[in-house]
Design a protein around this ligand. Structure first.
Ligand code: PEP
Ligand code: MG
Length: 758
């Protein structure tokens, strides 16, 4: 066995090429193939299973009993072979029988063989068969052998497809159904859209796998890389999205892949093993995909999508099959359908024609989501199998707020959707008209309406909705979208841009809330702490920041310098005890003194606040409040800790009510303490963005809300319609008497007074 994967695969491929070129029957070719592979890997058994009518059938074997050929059949998911095919994954076992999925087939005579390795034979991202080897001796197969098997499986997929031996992957089959279908997904970017399905791009299917001239294949890859880099450079330099912003950072990460020497090297190695340029790119991609699947890290998986995007682009260039739906003349009302998209791929679309995006994958922190938000295109993610449930051109109604996609709706559904869209647009126009009206109750009480933000672009929302400032700037967003730890200068630039966009309006910066489930792949954690059973209650936010104070010092400097000549409002997340707040404040103060000593321009004032998210802090407000300039209640975390109910758990989402007496009494106590200490208090959790809940908060005496920009209009309309004094005394009665149904009572109270709750 040669010692490098390329040499091992090449040796087999040379022999296979002859087999493929011969005029023998497909069955005879497969029989020859198992002989060649078995001999080359000195393997006692080599078998090929193919998917026929949805079942895996033993098609050829060397080493197992020949009587089993075309007799041994396994369902998808059954036995080791079924497992490999279903998961599209490699298995490498020294003792096959010890695996829980092992299924013994006596007709094969396989009981003598202990070790087992199998790889899927993939076409159009699905398994069309399995190639496996077995040994009597229990041993694990070496990496070179597995790699050789995987390369051979690629070539086999071409042979099998040409001979039409197996079921073809259904990826391109047209959808038979024509009726209405409703699919559910995950909200990524809010909005509604009506349009027709446009497939982003059928993946490039590699047709020719074995190279005739290795040098020529190398040259093709080199020129394709040059072309791709040129495209990416052009895109990153494009003026349309400006030169600043998170999407720019996203594109920089993307550029990193285009210039990654390791990637080119791996592709060249695959070409050395005898593959064509296309097959080599696909081969490297398959391997990366398999590796990434084993890593359970959403951030790394997001990067993987960027890499998939690049690999697809490279494949398109190298195979001359240029053109995504973006370049092929997009229809007026396109709703884009894709497994996933890279950020650069999305940027290629004409924003005026692109009405929405539906992805089979996707996540909130993925780069493509951030770019879509900047483009103002609604996105629904994690819509399972959507590509196989509709046809190009099908009518689609996308309603992200409802988490739904309606495919091929009936006329009445279409009409109802149009009506809702119309009402939403009308309401939006009404709210927009209220932009400059004061947020004051009918009895003259002012309620500050601020917005939650985290990206540079979000600051623009201030003007758009007429908010009083940014009540929560989640600084960790910049850390989450970066491939590396953002340098202090970069942080400072972002903060300054946000302050400039806000003008005279205040911006409350929250120091980073990272750690726990918002882990940064580039940040090393100390060995033991790597896995947390309970990340929300783990080493996160201020806890982590105080332990790793280098990070916090850099951020403090960036915030202080960015606020030169202005007021800096800074608050700390997840404060559990007053000393944590004190320590964080001291740290910032030290940085301020240092800057002063170095004659740097400073903020005219620094205002310090604490977030109240951990219930314990409410018990020590008498100690904390005299030391803070303001308090901000983070109801998202606070309520999950009060009810011991994970805020992200879908089964608990509806279980506890924000208007339950427990929460309201708790908040009431906090507000009363703040009033007694004359400390301004606001709410910055999602609760404040819902009109009924916001009304309850005003009834408790809250006069500052920081909410999502889209909620400013509806909440302001509610504020302008209520009498806060009356509401507050009514709420007082309900809280004191322990009314169990405050939600119903509040709804009734609003309806009696014609207060519209959107
Ligand atoms: C909160 O917990 O309510 C909050 C505003 O912070 P985050 O949602 O970022 O945890
Ligand atoms: Mg929080």
């Amino acid at each position: 066995m040669p010692t490098t994967p390329a040499a091992a695969a090449r040796q087999i491929l040379v022999l296979l090429q002859e087999v493929m070129a011969s005029r023998n029957s497909a069955q005879a070719k497969l029989n020859k193939v198992v002989e060649i592979i078995g001999q080359s890997l000195s393997s006692e058994v080599c078998s090929i299973y193919l998917v026929r009518e949805g079942v895996l059938e033993l098609f050829a074997t060397r080493g197992l009993k020949q009587e089993a050929v075309h007799v041994t059949r396994m369902a998808m998911g059954e036995g080791l072979v079924g497992l490999i095919a279903t998961n599209v994954e490699t298995l490498n076992l020294d003792e096959a029988a010890a695996h829980p999925d092992f299924s013994y087939r006596p007709e094969t005579g396989e009981d003598r063989f202990h070790s087992f390795a199998g790889v899927p034979i993939v076409r159009r991202e699905r398994s069309i068969g399995v190639l496996c080897v077995q040994h009597v001796e229990p041993r694990r197969y070496e990496e070179v052998e597995i790699e050789a098997l995987q390369t051979v499986a690629m070539v086999l997929s071409e042979l099998i497809a040409n001979a039409e031996l197996a079921d073809d992957g259904p990826a391109d089959a047209r959808v038979a159904e024509t009726g209405t279908t409703i699919l559910q997904g995950l909200q990524l970017v809010m909005g509604m859209a009506r349009g027709h399905a446009v497939f982003h791009q059928p993946r490039i299917h590699v047709e020719h796998t074995v190279a005739e001239d290795t040098e020529a294949e190398r040259a093709r890859v080199i020129s394709a890389f040059a072309k791709m880099r040129e495209q990416i450079d052009r895109m990153t330099g494009a003026a349309e999205f400006g030169t600043e912003g998170e999407h720019q950072e996203v594109l920089e990460t993307y550029k990193m892949f285009a210039y990654d020497e390791g990637w080119i090297r791996r592709i060249n190695e695959a070409i050395d093993s005898g593959l064509t340029a296309e097959a080599a790119i696909e081969r490297v991609q398959q391997r990366t995909r398999m590796r990434m699947r084993q890593i359970d890290d959403p951030l790394l998986q997001d990067r993987m999508h960027d890499l998939e995007d690049m690999a697809n682009r490279l494949l398109r260039i190298v195979s001359g099959q240029l053109g995504t739906a973006a370049q092929l003349g997009l229809r007026q009302d396109a709703i884009l359908i894709a497994r996933n998209l890279g950020p650069a791929e999305l940027l290629e679309y004409d924003r005026r024609r692109l009405k929405g995006v539906i992805l089979e994958e996707g996540s909130l922190t993925a780069h493509v989501t951030i770019v879509a938000r900047a483009m103002g295109v609604p996105v629904l993610g994690r819509v399972r199998d959507v590509r196989h449930k509709l046809n190009e051109g099908d009518l689609i109604l996308l309603d992200v707020a409802e988490n739904t996609v309606l495919i091929r709706p009936g006329p009445d559904m279409d009409e109802a959707f149009e009506n809702k869209l119309h009402v939403t647009q009308k309401r939006r126009a009404e709210f927009a008209a209220m932009r400059d009206l004061p947020s004051v109750t009918t009895d003259g009480q002012r309620v500050e309406l601020m917005v939650n933000a985290g990206l540079r672009e979000d600051a623009q929302a201030l003007d758009l909705v007429g908010a009083d400032g940014i009540g929560l700037f989640r600084t960790e967003f910049q850390f989450l979208v970066s491939a590396t730890l953002p340098q202090r200068e970069k942080q400072q630039r972002l903060y300054k841009d946000v302050l400039d966009a806000a003008g005279d309006r205040p911006v409350i910066f929250r120091t980073v809330d990272i750690g726990g489930d918002k882990a940064l792949p580039y940040m090393q954690r100390d060995g033991d702490e790597e896995l947390e059973d309970n990340p929300a209650m783990g080493w996160r936010a201020l806890r982590l920041a105080l332990d790793r104070d280098g990070l916090m010092k850099a951020q403090a400097r960036a915030l202080l310098e960015a606020s030169a000549g202005k007021v800096l409002n800074i608050m700390f997340p997840m404060v559990s005890e007053p000393w944590e707040y004190e320590a964080a404040r001291d740290l910032v103060e030290h940085q301020r003194e240092w800057l002063q000593g170095h004659r740097k321009k400073l903020p005219i004032a620094v205002k310090y606040g604490a977030m109240l998210e951990v219930p314990a802090l409410a018990e020590v407000l008498d100690l904390l409040l005299p030391r803070v300039d303001f308090l901000s209640i983070g109801t998202n975390d606070l309520t999950q800790f009060l009810f011991a109910a994970d805020r992200a758990h879908p089964k608990l989402a509806e279980r506890y009510d924000w208007l339950s007496i427990a929460i309201l009494r708790f908040l009431d106590r906090v507000v009363r303490a703040c009033v007694a200490h004359q400390v301004p208090v606001g709410v910055c959790g999602e609760m404040g963005g819902r009109t009924l809940e916001a009304m309850a908060l005003i009834g408790l005496g809250i006069r500052r809300l920081s909410i999502t920009p889209a909620s400013v209009g509806p909440v302001k309309a509610m504020i302008r319609a209520i009498d806060a004094t009356q509401l507050q005394s009514t709420m007082r009665e309900w809280l004191d008497s322990g009314a169990p149904d405050i939600r119903e009572r509040l709804t009734q109270w609003a309806s009696d007074r014609d207060v519209e709750l959107t």
